[in-house]
Unconditional design. Structure first.
Length: 167
């Protein structure tokens, strides 16, 4: 199973979407007539092709990714080089692992300060396994619960063999 999807039939605001070139599972498209909706997309997965987020248009899109190459492969002007801190109130940096760069992970509160919106219609997490680390911060951040209408996840399930220390 690559990812889980749920489509609620009774929802008027949600249409099923197909897989995109970047293999991003979109659970539903927001049906809007104006630009009043906001999407926050956070990704730790390296994009291979240009991502234009057409399935979220005409919403205002805020893209967060600490992966430097992703900053060049997105078509939104609101692209930020940050990830989500697994801590409720602490920003910190971690090594990238692929090169000499570091990732700056910021708190959800700091992320919402950057977005500067009272409501986020869709908050999309595509953290390539890192989502498990940030779940506690999501639950502890009151502002997240009061701001986000819909949370979409691309969850990665793995077995012990995926771990470098398994053998």
């Amino acid at each position: 199973m690559k990812y889980l999807t749920t489509i609620r039939k009774e929802s008027v605001e949600c249409n099923e979407m197909t897989r995109t070139e970047n293999d991003i599972p979109v659970l539903c498209k927001i049906n809007v007539e104006n630009n009043l909706c906001t999407v926050v997309y956070v990704s730790y997965r390296e994009f291979e092709v240009m991502e234009n987020f057409e399935y979220f248009r005409p919403c205002k899109i805020h893209f967060f990714s600490p992966i430097e190459s992703n900053q060049r492969l997105v078509s939104t002007q609101n692209a930020y080089p940050y990830g989500i801190s697994p801590y409720f109130s602490k920003n910190f940096t971690i090594p990238d692992g692929n090169d000499n760069n570091s990732w700056l992970l910021i708190t959800l509160s700091d992320m919402f300060d950057i977005v500067n919106e009272l409501k986020v219609d869709k908050f999309f997490l595509d953290l390539d396994g890192g989502e498990w680390d940030v779940f506690p911060a999501l639950l502890e951040t009151v502002r997240f619960k009061n701001t986000v209408v819909e949370l979409d996840l691309r969850a990665r399930f793995w077995i012990g063999e995926d771990n470098a220390n398994y053998r």
